[in-house]
Design a protein around this ligand. Structure first.
Ligand SMILES: NC(=O)c1ccc[n+]([C@@H]2O[C@H](COP(=O)([O-])OP(=O)(O)OC[C@H]3O[C@@H](n4cnc5c(N)ncnc54)[C@H](O)[C@@H]3O)[C@@H](O)[C@H]2O)c1
Length: 718
């Protein structure tokens, strides 16, 4: 065996040269691998005793991507295109031997080989789209030539991986092999040579792309099929255009078009936002004073107190991953109702073909309902989801304190109450933490983990690990009214109501946010959630929201009764209601407000800038560790469009903090109100021309629990 570089070996097996990449863990392509492969191909090509070449990888996978750290360095020879040209142009057959996953550039290399063999467990894909990119080294030009245009569109624009069986069916691989992969690939190469099979250069294949020529409907249908779920993302259209180029242009020109489209995407705001979020989603795992090796409790058994809207959904999360969970209710009746909803949820999923009947029974079998509190004694984590009332919560926690085992984590799902106050009902506040699930709890991926003043590091590490185990995206936040998400959401809600009184109508406001990329505007969301929820909270707190209160007084509680800010037909489509317009206009008159036309630009700024300002306060107060955590919360919990990267990233890069701050000062002058006063951190960063995403804070409680003013009351903590 000869080492081409320390990352690539060249071996001879009879008349077949075997090039093995060894760059653990994912065999990513970097300069050393490119150089080793280039030297290996050149050496094998010049060796008269070699008739064919196999490329394979050591370790757990075929080449699964590129070393992205090289993007920031000057390019080094040999380049990727040169390497691909060597593979494809080789006069001796080149066979890719694939195990693990051939992803991104790995699949592009495999496609530049003349033949491909793979083990049954191998997977193939171009997940670049998830970062707002397309495969930029010939992937969009070669894949349709081998699997056909429709399959290529689906694979490249969706980013979904396919397995080896499917790859074989679509001609992406030539043979499925068993046993020793390298030996099987060598045998395959021998066969090619013996049979004198021609070199199969994908760039020269015509049949599949020829079949799509003159059929614009293939592309039109695909565009239509993805339009809804990819609204606002430029990347699917770029993928489609690149594949259109594969169909209509000669290979070389197609590559140039692919390059152009790739560069447009790389430099687009949207792809930058997607790449930012990709890292941001992994950041919340890093908690400065709770390092990754902090011991966490293993969760073998869980318990949930309360089987209402949230409790049932929370219990499902545990059952879904095979963890037994005990659900405690006050009465048999409430228990029966709650578990009935859980069963119905599972059965609905099964009816849609996404679970089998056996799965439903297995999961229901993991959920044990009881009215006996003692049944939680052996649970490793107990999550309380009872009514949102402090005396009830405290009573439950005092009871848990006497029953739960000593190392159990005691969690509360409160959305508005002080976690420290709840913890004070126990003799072990270090074991208490908030786990703020979002509704529906079995669906929404976000989980705010609320760190109490005395929550221990093990408690935090356990809650974070538990969240990941049940496939949530956990973000650590501090205690304040509304935590991070609802606290910012409240700012938006207040301003939306003001806009109505000043001259806008619900559908205008909603359209602005829909066009921005949210799945729904604030009024459509309120109608869906039920206006009565916020009304009850407001009444309890002695607060008012003129329009919302008036609608509730009239019984217009939202979609569930067919009327709220909109009226709803049988198909639940929201239709602007002249009655609501009259209510709003009358209220403006009563309040002495002269209505005026309000531009879409003003609506957007007034809804989103105060949220960003609140985010700045959240960072200052160390309620969130970093700006990207706030962005993750908004993307996963509130439908902030992924391609805009979250409110803080958007403020940093789409608006600019100075422009945002200056506009806030103008609104402060024009409209008045404390929420227009720029937060000190916003002022500071705007003056220094810096960004939120460049500013990190450490979530510690020093200074936080002295006398301090909590942010104002929040009525929309759902
Ligand atoms: N609904 C939401 O959208 C949402 C979102 C996030 C957080 N939360 C929070 O989750 C918690 C539960 O909310 P929900 O919407 O599920 O309420 P819910 O009214 O639907 O359910 C509460 C359940 O708790 C039960 N319960 C009350 N006291 C109990 C006790 N002592 N022991 C056992 N069970 C008891 C009730 O019988 C009821 O079934 C609240 O703290 C709420 O603020 C709700």
């Amino acid at each position: 065996m000869t080492a081409m570089t320390e990352l690539v070996d060249l071996d001879r097996r009879g008349r077949v040269a075997v090039l093995t990449v060894n760059n653990p863990p994912d065999n990513v392509l970097n300069h050393g691998v490119r150089k080793g492969l280039t030297d290996g191909i050149v050496a094998a090509s010049g060796d008269a005793a070699v008739s064919a070449i196999v490329i394979t990888c050591a370790g757990r996978t075929f080449i699964a991507g590129t070393d992205t750290t090289e993007f920031r360095k000057p390019p080094r020879e040999p380049g990727l295109h040169e390497l691909l040209g060597l593979f494809e142009g080789s006069a001796k057959p080149v066979v890719a031997a694939i195990h693990g996953a051939a992803l991104r550039v790995g699949l592009e290399i495999a496609l530049a080989c003349h033949y491909r063999v793979a083990v049954k467990a191998a997977r193939f894909g171009f997940p670049e789209v998830q970062l707002g990119l397309l495969p930029g080294a010939g992937g969009t030009q070669r894949l349709p030539r081998v699997v056909g245009v429709e399959k290529a569109l689906q694979m490249i624009a969706s980013g979904d991986m396919i397995g080896a069986d499917e790859a074989l069916r679509h001609g992406l691989i030539d043979e499925l092999v068993e046993g020793d992969l390298t030996a099987a690939a060598v045998a395959f190469a021998e066969k090619i040579v013996s049979e004198e099979r021609p070199l199969r250069r994908i760039r020269d294949l015509e049949d599949e792309i020829g079949a799509a020529r003159g059929k614009p409907e293939v592309f039109a249908n695909f565009r239509q099929s993805v339009a809804r779920q990819t609204r606002g993302f430029p990347v699917p259209e770029a993928c489609i255009k690149a594949i259109e180029a594969a169909v209509h242009l000669p290979f070389g020109q197609g590559l140039e078009r692919e390059r152009e489209l790739f560069l447009e995407l790389v430099n687009s705001h949207e792809s930058k936002a997607q790449r930012y979020l990709f890292t941001a989603e992994r950041d919340p795992a890093e908690i400065p004073d709770v390092p990754a090796d902090t011991p966490a409790q293993e969760i073998r058994k869980a318990a949930v107190i309360g089987a209402g809207t949230m409790g049932g959904g929370i219990a499902m999360n545990f059952a879904n991953v095979g963890i037994p969970v005990t659900v405690v209710e006050v009465t048999q009746e409430a228990l029966h109702r709650g578990l009935g909803v859980v069963r119905k949820n599972y059965e609905n999923t099964a009816a849609r073909g996404r679970l089998t009947v056996q799965d439903v029974e297995r999961r229901m079998g993991l959920i044990t309902g009881t009215t006996d509190f003692d049944a939680v004694a052996d649970a490793d984590i107990i999550i309380e989801a009872v009514f949102e009332e402090m005396p009830i919560k405290k009573e439950v926690f005092a009871q848990l304190d006497t029953i739960a085992k000593s190392d159990a984590v005691l969690a509360t799902n409160t959305s508005t109450l002080d976690v420290n106050d709840i913890a004070s009902a126990t003799s072990r506040p270090e074991s208490v933490v908030g786990t703020h699930f979002f509704s529906p709890a079995n669906v929404m991926r976000l989980l705010e983990i609320v760190r109490g003043a005395r929550s221990s590091k093990t408690t935090i590490a356990t809650a974070m690990a538990m969240a990941r185990r049940i496939q949530k995206v956990p973000v650590l936040v501090g205690v304040c009214y509304g935590f991070v998400g609802n606290r910012m959401h409240h700012q938006r809600g207040k301003e939306a109501e003001k806009l109505l009184l000043e001259g806008a109508l619900p559908h205008q406001v909603d359209k602005v946010l829909y066009d921005f990329g949210f799945p729904m505007g604030p009024f459509a969301v309120s109608d869906l959630a039920g206006l009565d929820v916020g009304w009850r909270i407001r009444k309890g707190r002695g607060e008012t929201l003129a329009v919302a209160d008036r609608l509730c007084e009239m019984g217009r509680f939202g979609q569930k009764i067919g009327a709220g800010y909109y009226k709803y037909g049988a198909d639940r489509t929201a239709v602007p209601d002249p009655d609501v317009e009259k209510i709003i206009v009358d209220l403006s008159t009563q309040l002495g407000i002269i209505r005026r036309p309000i531009s879409d630009e003003e609506i957007l700024q007034r809804l989103l800038y105060p949220m960003v300002n609140e985010g700045a306060k959240i960072l200052e107060e160390k309620i969130a560790i970093r700006a990207s955590d706030i962005d993750v919360i908004w993307v996963y919990g509130y439908g902030w469009p992924v391609y805009r990267g979250g409110p803080m990233f958007w403020a940093d890069f789409s608006i600019g903090l100075k422009a945002l701050r200056d506009r806030m000062l103008e609104y402060q002058q024009k409209l008045g109100g404390d929420h227009w006063k720029p937060a000190p951190l916003l002022n500071q960063l705007a003056d220094q021309r810096k960004t939120f995403t460049g500013y990190h804070s450490t979530l510690s409680y020093e200074g936080l629990y002295g006398p301090r003013t909590l942010p104002g009351p929040h009525d929309r903590c759902l």
